[in-house]
Design a protein around this ligand. Structure first.
Ligand SMILES: C[S@@+](CC[C@H](N)C(=O)[O-])C[C@H]1O[C@@H](n2cnc3c(N)ncnc32)[C@H](O)[C@@H]1O
Length: 198
């Protein structure tokens, strides 16, 4: 998987990493920042997605397509595609550039709209990465609980870095019998869970 990273993918990843790093210090307004995962989280998510059972692979929060590039590696290994959701057309225009310059338009489908509306229309989800605004995290997790196949995996970013914005959410999830869950201290903290048969 990681050995299949092409020069074009590595170049676009480096470009997006540089923009993201600059965003964090140059006063770029919050809504225009890329707010990407770090590369180690990308590797972790790709391994999870590649290991998930058969079914759909979904991402909530595309931004410029950086995490989608990592997940595209898993989807190539699985022989299926990624649906990546974002409601910001400007971010999706950047993501489209990312896919076109890296030859990944055949693997990643961009879906423009509200995460909750689009997730509600999905079924048979094998892997989901949730990286949107914190206020929709509980509702995304609840929608996914009903849409994941048994053994399906869900990962949600920022649960350590932004714990104060989601009081009680992680605790409730860890206690939920529909999931076996753990907080993995990688990057900003990734809540990682496997759907049980309950
Ligand atoms: C943290 S960024 C995603 C970063 C991306 N996963 C990466 O690592 O490259 C969050 C994105 O979620 C989108 N977003 C936030 N709330 C959303 C919602 N309710 N529905 C759809 N997209 C949403 C924002 O427009 C933003 O582009």
């Amino acid at each position: 998987m990681f050995h299949g990273l092409t020069p074009a993918m590595l170049a676009r990843m480096a470009e997006l990493e540089a923009i993201d790093a600059a965003d964090r210090t140059d006063g770029t307004p919050h809504g225009r920042r890329l707010r990407q995962i770090p590369p180690e989280t990308g590797r972790y998510l790709a391994i999870l997605a590649a290991s998930a059972p058969a079914g759909q692979v979904v991402e909530v929060g595309t931004s410029a397509g950086y995490s989608a590039l990592w997940l595209s590696l898993a989807c190539r290994a699985r022989g299926d595609g990624l649906t990546s959701i974002d409601r910001d057309p400007d971010k999706l225009a950047l993501a489209r550039q990312t896919l076109e310059t890296t030859g990944t338009t055949d693997v990643v489908r961009l879906a423009c709209g509200d995460a909750l509306e689009i997730l509600a229309g999905l079924d048979g989800v094998a892997f989901a990465f949730v990286d949107a605004n914190r206020d929709v995290l509980p509702a995304c997790l609840e929608l996914l609980a009903d849409r994941l196949v048994p053994g399906g995996l869900v990962a949600a970013d920022n649960v350590i870095s932004h714990a104060a914005e989601i009081p009680g959410v992680v605790e409730a999830f860890l206690a939920d019998p529909r999931f076996d869950a753990v907080v993995v201290p990688i990057g900003s903290g990734v809540l990682t869970a496997r759907r049980t048969r309950v």
